[in-house]
Design a protein around this ligand. Structure first.
Ligand SMILES: Nc1nc2c(c(=O)[nH]1)N[C@H]1C(S)=C(S)[C@@H](COP(=O)(O)O)O[C@H]1N2
Ligand SMILES: [Mo]
Length: 407
């Protein structure tokens, strides 16, 4: 019988690196018969809607805050590959639960400082020119625990309020132009159809630049948790402004100072003043494998892999340190690198079995470099809960176990 796995020789020949990888493994696989159980038996028939393998069990980490409805769930970033978050694992943040909306009864109203107030049905919106773009959504409260020296123990808890999808929809500019924005307009107010009528003020400049009214996520309709049937995507801007279940846009002269931009989502400074409308997410990176809770096993080859993203454009560079910050190496960035999207970075590593700390540091195309915790505190003090983007460290112990490092 023909073996389907590559022989040791073929594997070694493929590249020097693969050779190193292979030498870390114990021994070539025996002539396995593990696959014969399925080869002699007919498999399952076709299905209408696919499911993952019953052997896969990655789940969102669920944390109930005030009530089950006002809660968040986190993406297990260490259990996703590439740059796209599977829709079923996209993090969730709801202030009043997930409404069930029949698209046949849903409309998006555009009114206020416009020539022609309009109401768009889903059908109307889907007739208009569409675009698909890959963008992350990140809650500005993501990594809030990283203000403390050690931070959260695993990457789901430290960075899991961020996910990345391919969003399809109509540029908001097209809808606003249909309605005819009046010259005195400077902002818009976006409102969701959930029980709390989530609202945020957004600059007209951003709305016209790259705002997207999305109905598609990763090739199918947006999931209810992500705002079905319509959500606002404001690439790179804090998650809260990406209003889900979008039902109304009011064009206004100035911002409205609604509750979610005054009582929350502001940054308290040391002198007691607060920053408001801190929209852009600063560049951030984190090593997802290996990360807290993992065990590397025996010394030898380990690929270090992680994610980097910036609300200001493309990721230009990611450096990784495998010695607690004494030296840094450039990680390889997976192409294509999209603007305001997750960027996958990888670095081959030969672990010698000694205790060490792994770090990643990214830079975006504006030249901005991800800060250390000390630098971030120097700039912003310790009173703000949101927008923490400091460098994260993972300690690898001599037994191969990985925990969060104080950096
Ligand atoms: N209508 C509405 N939009 C909303 C929210 C909400 O509760 N209601 N939560 C916001 C917050 S705080 C975040 S971080 C993102 C989360 O998007 P996701 O649940 O698709 O990950 O949606 C934003 N849009
Ligand atoms: Mo959020």
């Amino acid at each position: 019988m023909q073996r389907r796995s590559p022989t040791r020789r073929a594997f070694l020949g493929s590249s020097a690196l693969a050779g190193a990888a292979w030498s870390a493994c114990q021994a070539p696989a025996p002539e396995s018969t593990a696959d014969t159980a399925s080869t002699g038996t007919l498999g399952s028939p076709v299905s209408r809607y696919g499911q993952r393998s019953p052997f896969e069990n990655a789940t969102r980490g669920v944390r109930t805050t005030l009530t089950p409805e006002a809660a968040s769930s986190r993406t297990p970033l260490d259990e996703t590959y590439g740059i796209i978050t599977p829709s079923a694992l996209h993090f969730e943040r709801h202030h009043a639960g997930v409404p069930e909306i029949d698209p046949a009864n849903h409309e998006l109203m555009i009114h206020g400082l416009v020539e022609r107030p309009m109401a768009f049905s889903l059908e109307d919106i889907k007739r208009l020119p569409s675009v698909s773009r890959v963008h992350f959504v990140e809650c500005s409260g993501n990594s809030g625990g990283e203000w403390s020296p050690a931070g959260a123990p695993n990457v789901s808890l430290s960075h899991g309020l961020a996910s990345c999808s391919e969003w399809t929809g109509v540029p908001l500019r097209i809808l606003l132009e249909e309605a005819g924005v009046r010259p005195e307009a400077g902002w818009i107010l976006a409102e969701g159809a959930d029980a709390c009528l989530m609202q945020r003020s957004i600059t007209l400049e951003k709305a016209m630049d790259d705002g997207l009214v999305a109905y598609g996520q990763n090739g199918e309709a947006i999931r209810p948790e992500q705002g079905y049937p319509l959500r606002l995507i404001l690439p790179g801007w804090e998650g809260n402004t990406n209003v889900k279940w979008l039902r109304r846009i009011k064009v206004t002269e100035g911002p409205q100072y609604v509750k979610d931009e005054t009582s929350k989502y502001t940054e308290l400074m040391e002198d007691g003043t607060a920053w408001i409308f801190t929209f852009e997410m600063d560049a951030k990176s984190v090593i997802t494998r290996p990360s807290g809770g993992h065990s590397i096993g025996s010394p030898g080859f380990v690929e270090i892999s992680g994610l980097a993203w910036s609300g200001r454009g493309k990721i230009a560079r990611v450096e990784v340190s495998t010695d607690g910050g004494s030296s840094w190496s450039d990680a390889e960035l997976q192409a294509p690198v999209y603007s305001r999207a997750f960027t996958r970075f990888r670095l081959p590593w030969e672990w010698d079995g000694a205790e060490t700390v792994l770090l990643s540091r990214c830079q975006d195309e504006t030249g901005y470099v991800q800060p250390t915790r000390a630098l971030l505190i120097e700039e912003r003090g310790t009173k703000s809960a949101y927008h923490c983007n400091r460098i994260k460290g993972w300690r690898v112990a001599a037994d191969g176990s990985v925990t969060s490092a104080e950096v």
